[in-house]
Design a protein around this ligand. Structure first.
Ligand code: ADP
Length: 216
């Protein structure tokens, strides 16, 4: 949205930044002239922009733009960033894998949720940490027990796609009280739609984005 910044610039700071981006290097006096303001009135705005490393100042040269691409800054917020820009690699096991193998995968890959796929990487189910803990406490032979017995299966799996907004996917995580969503691409097969797993969207992805946005 025009004029909306995640780093909360005022309208005037935004305007100054735009002037510097398009005309810089430019002196404080020239900026003041363009805005019909006194040089003194701009001092604090220029200081804020310099401190936040969006602009730099060189004596005798003037102010120049060093911030991220302005267009990108304007649009960086949770409802405009897409899952496709934020997700992690999917960690999957095959349906006939054992519960034991899934537990090993959980440790080796350092993830909380594993997705279960059939040939061609099509989503069949999901297994969480607690699903595996429950199975491990069940006392059965985990080497023999296939994950398909304990997984939550399709069509009960809550999905996301690379095109969905991060905000909407985060709402799904909270609403459905799960830690991870498979990122999928729909593939039509006659009447049926199957879902190829292309990623994993987790609470960690949201925390990372939150920090990136806060620090930008
Ligand atoms: P945990 O069980 O370790 O607390 P979750 O809260 O993610 O982890 O999982 C809760 C339950 O939901 C588990 O039984 C799991 O199989 C299932 N589950 C995990 N991810 C999804 C998902 N994306 N959609 C539907 N169910 C899921």
């Amino acid at each position: 949205m025009e004029g909306e910044y995640i780093i909360q610039l005022t309208m005037r700071q935004t305007h100054i930044l735009e002037i510097i981006q398009s005309l810089g290097p430019i002196t404080g006096n020239q900026i003041a002239e363009k805005l019909n303001l006194s040089r003194a009135a701009l001092r604090s705005d220029l200081a804020i922009l310099t401190m936040s490393k969006l602009i730099g100042a060189k004596p005798k040269v003037g102010y120049y733009f060093i911030g991220q691409d302005l267009q990108k800054l304007k649009t960086m917020s949770f409802d405009t960033i897409l899952v496709g820009d934020a997700h992690s690699l999917p960690i999957v096991v095959k349906e006939n894998s054992s519960v034991y193998d899934a537990i090993v995968t959980l440790f080796i890959e350092d993830v909380g949720t594993i997705f279960v796929v059939s040939e061609g990487n099509f989503l069949e189910g999901a297994i969480s940490r607690k699903d595996l803990l429950k199975a491990a406490m069940g006392g059965k032979n985990n080497n023999e027990l296939p994950v398909s017995i304990i997984m939550t299966r399709m069509p009960k799996i809550i999905l996301t796609t690379p095109e969905e907004s991060v905000l909407s996917a985060a709402q799904k995580l909270l609403y459905h009280q799960v830690d991870a969503l498979p990122v999928v691409k729909a593939v039509k097969e006659g009447e049926n739609t199957k879902f190829q797993v292309v990623g994993r969207f987790t609470k960690t992805n949201i925390a990372r984005l939150f920090v990136q946005l806060a620090e930008s």
